[in-house]
Design a protein around this ligand. Structure first.
Ligand SMILES: C=CC1=C(C)c2cc3[nH]c(cc4nc(cc5[nH]c(cc1n2)c(C)c5CCC(=O)O)C(CCC(=O)O)=C4C)c(C)c3C=C
Ligand SMILES: [Fe+2]
Ligand SMILES: [Fe+2]
Length: 348
């Protein structure tokens, strides 16, 4: 039989029938080459992420990348595992905390009228298994919240693909809604601005604020992906909220992968050039990442820091991601409340 049998709904109902699923990118289950390999294989086999015809991509992926990269990546994961208040993978840790705190914020009476789950697009726990779990709890309406503020086909659309693929296995599909983007949501911008201001209060203000977003290939942008424009919009709104002059703040793009041209300016060469031309201190924030992860804790807070100091910079100050900040959780709650309108949210 193609379609799974339906779970019997809990009786009496313990939820309103409405649920939220936070979806993040994914992470290996251990900082070892053996664990990183299947995670990278799943990630880099997604045609949303690598838009190269299978016939050309498969030999490169299986013949080169999956032989060499897992060991190098595992060494980087080892440096951030259990770091900055996280246990295990920082990305998994912060996503778990966000789901727990969001559930408390959406159910202020301490109940579970609106359960909040979390899932990873690649690795575990997967989107299908978490949708199954919510359905077993009684969910008849599910709001999907990809934890990507800026929409990209490479990330947000891939979450949608996984949800639709799961729906294709279901006899009784719950009502589904998706948050597509929140790159200019006032609560998100205000939480980012407050995190920068708190950092300035503690450490003083550097010569320049770098806003480093994950990059995408230039071709992805040329084919119409709105992601880069949305990053620039987030950057402009944040600079405005912080009342920064244009020269005091710059948007850059990190995490280039492979040999193709990605969207510029790249983060590392930009901070090296700034150091060489006399910028002594930098504040660095990664507004596109809801949670600290290997890309922020290792690439930005270690590799790019070293590059800036080696090029003559004096003071490099990394600002953590929003993680479990109460103002960010409140912004997520407001975002969900907007998208839950018209759906039952209490037991009565
Ligand atoms: C192959 C191309 C890649 C595209 C396109 C891409 C887009 C993209 N990614 C994120 C967010 C994250 N990416 C992370 C890790 C990561 N990304 C790529 C490649 C592409 N990403 C790789 C190969 C890796 C693995 C890291 C490594 O092996 O060194 C992460 C962190 C995961 C973690 O466990 O910490 C995040 C988050 C966005 C937002 C995005 C485009 C909009
Ligand atoms: Fe990535
Ligand atoms: Fe990276």
């Amino acid at each position: 039989m193609r379609f799974a049998p339906e779970p019997s709904l809990p009786s009496p109902p313990t939820t309103s029938g409405t649920a939220v699923l936070l979806c993040n990118l994914g992470t290996p289950c251990a900082p070892t080459a053996a664990a990183v390999r299947p995670y990278l294989a799943e990630f880099l086999s997604d045609p949303r992420v690598v838009e190269i015809p299978r016939l050309a991509w498969w030999p490169i992926l299986h013949g080169i990348i999956l032989r060499l990269r897992p060991k190098a990546s595992a060494a980087k994961y080892q440096q951030v595992w259990n770091q900055g208040g996280a246990s295990g993978s920082p990305l998994l840790h912060w996503t778990q905390q966000q789901a727990r705190l969001l559930q408390a914020a959406l159910n202020p009476d301490g109940g579970q009228a609106i359960p909040v789950g979390y899932a990873m697009r690649y690795g575990r726990p997967g989107i299908a298994s978490q949708l199954d779990a919510l359905k077993t709890q009684g969910a008849q309406r599910i709001l999907i919240v990809p934890l990507y503020p800026q929409y990209s086909g490479t990330t947000t659309a891939s979450v949608c693909d996984a949800v639709y693929a799961w729906a294709g296995t279901q006899r009784h599909i719950p009502e589904l809604r998706f948050v597509q983007r929140y790159h200019q949501h006032p609560g998100y911008i205000a939480a980012l601005a407050a995190s920068v201001q708190a950092h300035w209060q503690e450490r003083g203000r550097a010569d320049k604020l770098i806003l480093s977003f994950h990059g995408v290939p230039q071709r992805t942008r040329d084919l119409g992906d709105p992601y880069i424009d949305e990053c620039l919009r987030t950057g402009a709104l944040l600079a405005q909220a912080l009342q920064l002059a244009p020269e005091a703040c710059q948007v850059t793009f990190q995490s280039r992968f492979g040999k193709a041209q990605w969207v510029e300016p790249y983060t590392q060469p930009t901070v090296e050039a700034l150091a060489r031309s006399g910028t002594r201190s930098l504040d660095v924030l990664c507004p596109g990442f809801a949670s600290d992860c290997i890309e922020t804790l290792e690439e930005i807070n270690m590799e790019v820091r070293e590059a800036f100091l080696a090029a003559g910079g004096q003071d490099y100050r990394f600002i953590p991601c929003l993680n479990d900040r109460p103002d960010w959780i409140a912004a997520l709650r407001d975002l969900c409340a907007q998208h839950l309108q018209g759906w039952p949210t209490s037991l009565e």
